[in-house]
Design a protein around this ligand. Structure first.
Ligand SMILES: [Zn+2]
Length: 370
């Protein structure tokens, strides 16, 4: 039997194809008084799998904290199933539509009303809005996860509330005209580029990468919805645990700035990290990872000080990017991918008799950027 304080972090598979999402269950504490947290629920199917997983392996029908990292459907949809079928203590999610009156002034276009902005955000973030409605119907209290909030033993490191309200929400709510223009140019590009893209897909270009040369770029960008992802950091039994959702470089720097200001060294105690956005190379940079995970090691000494998990679709051929896997290994991480299976990381918890997950190797070739 497990004794003392422990934790287990379970990444459930999301989707059967190449698409990815996140469905993560965490249980921690002392035997007999465990806390359960769900961080993202993936699709409806993975939401059901989370419910079954919690009943089977955690032996409970109660979830203390449900956290939605950001409003994208592949992270929010499955959480509705958790709220429907389990007893939930607290729901932590952003409600950007509540700020439409505050940010309305940023739009020079006087025709935009407070209500239309609110409706636009609710429509665009349908899965998250449905989750909010369900929580209200069921009387589950909703809290917004901003920097400094405590969710059980986990602290929200990003986003900072002012950054979220005044920069990210206005980016979420681009005018429909602007979006239509962007989509038109995208679909034009898509039709002319389609055959080229298909060729590229069947033959990914590979370039050499070495231990001492990292090919990540500092100028990468991801959507502002992804950047709004809730970064959680908790220390349990002296071991740091980091959850990142689909956050990008801006959010990682926010978290690092906050940690520094609080005198917290994330790299010093890190034992577990989620790899953001399914291992996309547009969400991490050398500078951001040096601050969050710690410096690159001069040589590959084979000593790994923390585990990192990445949610990828069963048939994904592109994720995680090898340059990203390498970057985590270079800083002392092992990298384990879900790829259609449940992957579990545990400390001081009873074994389920599952075999050890095999980590991905360091690659001497990575996908070319061009
Ligand atoms: Zn995602």
């Amino acid at each position: 039997m497990a004794q003392g304080i422990g934790y287990e972090i379970d990444f459930l598979p999301v989707g059967n194809g190449s698409r990815s999402g996140d469905a993560i269950a965490v249980r921690y504490g002392y035997p007999g008084s465990y806390k359960v947290m769900v961080y993202d629920g993936g699709t409806k199917e993975s939401g059901q799998a989370l419910v079954d997983h919690i009943k089977t392996y955690y032996g409970t029908t109660r979830v203390d904290y449900v956290v939605n990292s950001h409003p994208d459907g592949d992270h929010a949809s499955g959480l509705s199933v958790v709220l429907e079928q389990l007893e939930v203590g607290e729901l932590w999610m952003h409600q950007p539509w509540n700020y439409s009156a505050v940010i309305r002034d940023y739009f020079k276009d006087g025709r935009i009303t407070h209500n239309s902005l609110e409706e636009r955000l609710k429509e665009k973030m349908g899965a998250a809005h449905a989750l909010e409605k369900l929580a209200n119907e069921k009387g589950i209290p909703i809290f917004e996860p901003f920097q400094g909030s405590m969710i059980g033993d986990f602290e929200v490191m990003s986003p900072d509330k002012d950054w979220y309200v005044h920069e990210l929400i206005p980016e979420f709510s681009k005018s429909p005209e602007q979006k239509a223009r962007e989509e038109a140019s995208l679909s034009f590009a898509a039709s002319t580029m389609k055959s080229i893209t298909e060729m590229a897909r069947s033959a990914i270009e590979w370039v050499a990468e070495h231990w001492h040369i990292e090919s990540l770029r500092d100028s990468v960008e991801t959507s502002s919805e992804n950047e709004s992802s809730v970064i959680l950091y908790g220390v349990i039994d002296g071991r740091g645990i980091l959850l990142t959702g689909d956050v990008g470089v801006r959010g990682l720097h926010e978290a690092a700035d906050y940690a520094e200001a609080q005198g917290i060294s994330i790299p010093a105690g890190l034992k577990f990290s989620q790899i953001p956005h399914h291992g996309s190379r547009n969400n991490v940079s050398t500078t951001a990872l040096d601050r969050i995970l710690g410096p690159r090691k001069a040589v590959n000494d084979g000593v790994q000080s923390f585990s990192s998990f990445v949610s990828v679709g069963k048939e994904s051929t592109t994720h995680p990017r090898k340059a990203v896997t390498n970057a985590f290994i270079r800083r002392g991480g092992t990298v384990v991918e879900t790829r259609g299976e449940v992957k579990c990381h545990r400390h001081n918890m009873d074994s389920r008799g599952w075999g050890a997950a095999s980590p991905l190797p360091f690659s001497n070739e990575v996908e070319s950027w061009d």
